[in-house]
Design a protein around this ligand. Structure first.
Ligand code: SAM
Length: 386
């Protein structure tokens, strides 16, 4: 039996994600069996318990972080902020030796001095916990409880970050390639596309392999966060048996023996070497065929596949002209693909012109804060005789 009381049974859970992918997060939550409220300011909330927290961290592919929302109250002065924070039952969440770190932001509010608010929030929590635990000062020798506050239009919201590092840190990508895409965005692109596990898949600009690796893990039902730890794993007042339940569920769902037709290519041999290394670390190296290839030679004898790709934008490594050449070659190669769909993210406004085709749909997304468009080209799927 733990020397600590366990965390509360009923929790207000709040999930953050990149702007534009809220729909993906909501459907992931639905698939996990949770009914969420509409997204507000990039946060999707629902009620659950610590098993829900563990399952969301472990299974979700598109979410940035999973938080417990602890309180919300109005405040326009430092006194109101201090009293509001001190009034929260922090002892329900943070044990005697818990280490409290505080981060936050103030938007469109009377309180706007972030570092002053940060110190005050920390002081109010320390005062509360010292009173309850009969301490002169917090010793903070235990696990970290990362706290985040937001003051938005004079309303303070307080959250505990249960994930720790962002969920894009799956653990398999240990070296950086050229302009890699976040794992969470890669998964969101796949989940927005018509990609399906028993269809061929390709990324002809694969770089360090992120999109193909995330796709293979989706197709094999390997949970997004299977290879990593989360902040709550270190909490002494979290019953680790709950995590074991979620972990066993994730392992039971895996279908690592599924046969996939996955292709990933790039003109740069160094990128392919890195992609292979990451695929190895992600446990999917034997599921993806990697090849050094210029997109102008990209072809497939297979039908009805899906391309999800992140070509050069013509900004950092490649200049505008080189990027436009890539789009042209890609467009020409795409003409010869039977029934394939293509889903392309880029910040270049003239993509359709050089690709040579108007898209069927587009969606605004952000890649590392850069506004991009995600272009959808639906292939005419043909019936395949088996
Ligand atoms: C934006 S990066 C892709 C990053 C990748 N999504 C990742 O997560 O690492 C674009 C990639 O396109 C590749 N590339 C540029 N021109 C190409 C061409 N003509 N054919 C194939 N790949 C090309 C580059 O080598 C680079 O790796």
């Amino acid at each position: 039996m733990s020397k600590y009381d366990f965390l509360p049974d009923k929790l207000n859970i709040s999930i953050t994600c990149a702007s534009g992918v809220e729909k993906v997060v909501k459907s992931e939550l639905n698939r996990l069996g949770y009914e969420s409220a509409p997204a507000i300011n990039g946060r999707i909330t629902f009620s659950g318990d610590m098993l829900s927290v563990a399952r969301c961290n472990l299974f979700m592919r598109s979410a940035d972080r999973v938080y417990i929302k602890v309180a919300e109250f109005p405040a326009e002065t430092f006194d109101q902020l201090f009293d509001g924070v001190k009034g929260v039952r922090w002892e329900d969440y943070i044990p005697k030796d818990g280490k409290v770190t505080v981060n936050g932001k103030c938007v469109k509010s009377t309180l706007f001095a972030i570092s002053a608010c940060q110190s005050l929030v920390k002081k109010a929590i320390a005062d509360r916990l010292c009173g309850v635990y009969h301490l002169n000062r917090l010793n903070e020798t235990g696990a970290e409880y990362p706290l985040e506050f937001s003051v938005f239009k004079d309303t303070v919201s307080l959250y505990i970050n249960t994930s720790g590092a962002g969920l894009h840190k799956r653990g398999y990508r240990d070296m950086v390639g050229i302009a890699p895409i976040k794992e969470t965005l890669a998964s969101s692109l796949l989940l927005l596309s018509d990609f399906y596990k028993d269809r061929p898949f390709a990324d002809p600009f694969c770089g360090s392999g992120t999109i193909a690796i995330e796709g293979a893990r989706i197709a094999l039902d390997i949970a997004g966060g299977i290879g990593r730890r989360f902040a709550f794993n270190d909490w002494a007042n979290f019953d680790q048996k709950i995590f074991d339940l979620a972990f066993t569920e994730a392992k039971d769902k895996e279908r690592r023996d599924r046969k996939l037709e996955f292709f990933a290519s790039d003109v740069d041999p160094k990128a392919i070497k890195l992609a292979k290394r990451h695929a190895e670390r992600a446990g999917v190296a034997d599921k993806i065929r990697f090849e050094v290839k210029d997109v102008k030679h990209f072809c497939s004898s297979l039908k009805n596949g899906t391309i999800v790709t992140n070509p050069p934008y013509g900004e950092r490594v490649y200049d505008k002209k080189e990027a436009e050449e890539c789009y042209k070659s890609f467009g020409n190669a795409y003409k010869n693909l039977d029934g394939w769909s293509a889903f392309v993210i880029t910040s270049a406004n003239n993509f359709e012109r050089y690709f040579g085709k108007k898209c069927d749909r587009e969606r605004k997304l952000y890649n590392s804060n850069k506004e991009c468009k995600y272009y959808y080209y639906y292939g005419k799927k043909e019936k395949i005789n088996d």
